[in-house]
Structure formats: C-alpha cells, structure tokens
Design a protein around this ligand. Structure first.
Ligand code: GRF
Length: 187
C-alpha cells in the first residue's frame, strides 16, 4: 500500500480524478488525508464525500511560514504519509516542508515545463500562438516549477483556440496523467 496526502487550495478536480482512479482500478493507494490552506476550497467537500480526513491549515494562524509548514508536516507524519501530492496548492513551499519529504513531493503544472513556469500558462500559450501545449508532473524543489520532470503529456492546438478551450483540454489531460503517474510512484 502506498500512502499519500493531497494538498489543495481550490476546486480539487485533480483530487477528484485521483480519488476516482484509485477506486475504479482498485489501486493499492491510500489517500491518508487532504490538506487545504483555504477553508472555502471546494476540494474539501470532495474529500469529505469520499470519506477522506480533511484539514485546513491557514498561514495566518501561525507566527511565520516555518511554523505553518511545521504544523502541516506534523499532521502528515502522524498519518504516515510517504508521498505528498500538490494538486492546485497555491503556495510556494519552503525548506521546513521540503526537507521533511526529500524527493517525495509531486506537483502538476499546466505547461510543457521548462516552458512557462508560474501563473497564467494558457494565456501565454495563446498570446504566443503556440502549436502545442501540455502538462508536466515534476518533483518539487526550492525552484518554482523547476524540479526534475517525472511525466509530461502534449497536445496539439488548432489555430482557433481560446484560453477557455485550452484550459478545458489541459484539465482533461491532467486528470489522466496525474493518477497514472501517482500509480507508478515508488513505495
Ligand atoms: C491545475 O490546473 C494544476 O495544473 C494547477 O492548479 C490547477 C488545479 O486545478 N497546479 P484543480 O483544483 O485540481 O481543479
């Protein structure tokens, strides 16, 4: 059994895709908990519905970033988490967190990294008239969206794409690639 935790800040459609894939394929993967830094995140409801313990850790409730990260790490260690999966978690993790799970934190990013790290990737793709786009799963390091690439999937774009059309295609792609990549993680 592989024990993972999923960190979110919002909708949690990737969380849902992972929950569904584990159930459908009966993969030996346990989602020990979901953590959100936003109390209103819809993903918390998804976790609740799936019977997964869900916790909110808000940065403002702690004296500093290290204390905030330390509290999350404590929870994850208590739940014996082996891999941390970031799925739309909108915070940059610091050394307190990274050093607790060396090379064991995954992120999914909506671009063909190293192209377009950071925010607004679809807007940049449209602006530049790119012919292809995609998603990347990578290990999290101190460099924003810069850790070693674990998996990548590409799509071709037509000449009349919009930010909305691209966003929808990329989400679909994420919902396939992220569960498949998690399934292959080493124990
Ligand atoms: C995804 O597009 C992911 O690539 C990015 O944040 C978004 C999260 O979407 N890191 P959701 O909350 O899983 O729907």
């Amino acid at each position: 059994m592989l024990t993972i935790a999923i960190l979110i800040s919002g909708n949690g459609s990737n969380l849902q895709a992972i929950i569904d894939a584990i159930k459908k394929n009966q993969w030996p993967i346990k989602i020990a908990c979901v953590i959100s830094d936003q109390p209103e995140a819809y993903g918390l409801k998804r976790a609740e519905k799936a019977g997964i313990p869900a916790y909110v850790f808000q940065k403002k409730d702690f004296p500093d970033k290290a204390a905030f990260e330390h509290a999350m790490v404590n929870q994850l260690k208590q739940d014996q988490v082996e891999w941390v999966v970031l799925a739309g978690f909108m915070r940059i993790l610091g050394n307190t967190f990274l050093s607790a799970f060396p090379e064991r934190i995954l992120n999914i990013h909506p671009s063909l990294l190293p192209k377009y790290p950071g925010l607004n990737t679809h807007e940049q793709v449209i602006l530049n008239g790119d012919k292809e786009h995609g998603v990347t799963v990578h290990l999290v390091t101190t460099e924003l969206d810069g850790g070693p690439i674990i998996a990548q999937k590409k799509i071709n774009l037509s000449h009349n794409e919009t930010v909305a059309s691209v966003k929808e295609k990329i989400h679909k792609l994420e919902h396939q690639l992220y569960p498949q990549t998690i399934y292959k993680l080493k124990r």
